[in-house]
Design a binder for this molecule. Sequence first.
Ligand code: PLP
Length: 361
Amino acid sequence: MSNALKISHIPTDAPTSAADREAILAKGGFGTAFSDHMVTIEWTEGIGWHNAQVRKREAFKIDPAAAVLHYAQEIFEGMKAYRGEGDSVTLFRADQNAERFNASATRMAMPTIPQDLFLEAVDALVRIDKDWIPSGNGSLYLRPFMFADEPFLGVRPAHHFVFCVIASPVGDYFKSGPKPVKVWVSKEYTRAAVGGTGAAKCGGNYAASLVAQAQAYENGCEQVVFLDAAEHKWIEELGGMNIFFVKDDGNLFTTPLGTILPGITRASLIELARSKGLTVEERKYSFAEWQADVASGKVKETFACGTAAVVASIGEVKFDGGSFTIGNGDSGPVTNALRDELSGLQRGKVADTRGWVRTIK
Ligand SMILES: *Cc1c(COP(=O)(O)O)cnc(C)c1O
């Protein structure tokens, strides 16, 4: 699909001052600060995509009957712009985000967006808010999303949608070094069932995960590990990250696609590990096997991965009835090597031989 739509530019007349912006960038954190602009594009049944603008970031005015507020027709993506060598600005595998966005749209009965329009929207925002990309280990987190704003209380796919991209400067996730996370295995709640929306990046999946996330916090853990919905036995993934296991011979395995979110970090790590000569299986793995394999030493490391956290080592696992530590509780050598290689690639410090990194001009 090709895109003839041009994005018109209406820059803000009240940009954040350089001093205020630098103070915001210095704070780091995740998802609390936002750049000056946003991109919006509308979709209307029978007309298609129109009214594309990069303009000042401001609140939406939406009708109280807007479908998204009632039936949650909403999807999103998460990606990062990096400040690379010589002040260049790069994106990592953004085409994959565009493709997945459309897969999510299809699952949620929403219109797809031409891939080049999605990418142009992201590029336009990064260009206009380039100064919001932190230097050092930070990045500009980009959040493309789409929601149904037609005022209508009948249950059917909406006839009007808004596509939007906003940007949030984020600090280094590993400020205190790669500190391992503690995870809570939920035996009570699940996030996805066969035939459901687990593979779509839709807001509703996150809403459904929050009660389990709250239990994780109560138990001193940062993240939840979800098990499958049918048997409450097979490991799926975390609330917003995929999961990998490292065996005693250094080879890896990860849980299979299907009900999990097909992470771009997951796919990239599979390729990177294989080109280092390691094997990576995609296979079903039960919570009981994980416990037994960590106890016997057959599994030496476990890590979570996603765009926001990149690669996060899992040090301790808690559940209703006990807990166990993986290895000595520290980030292991295979986890560290893969993290270094992936973040080096994303930041232009490791040569890109796969065409994964694109410079925004
Ligand atoms: C976004 C997301 C991931 C990670 O995907 P990446 O493309 O690697 O950022 C994993 N699991 C869930 C549930 C997600 O929403």
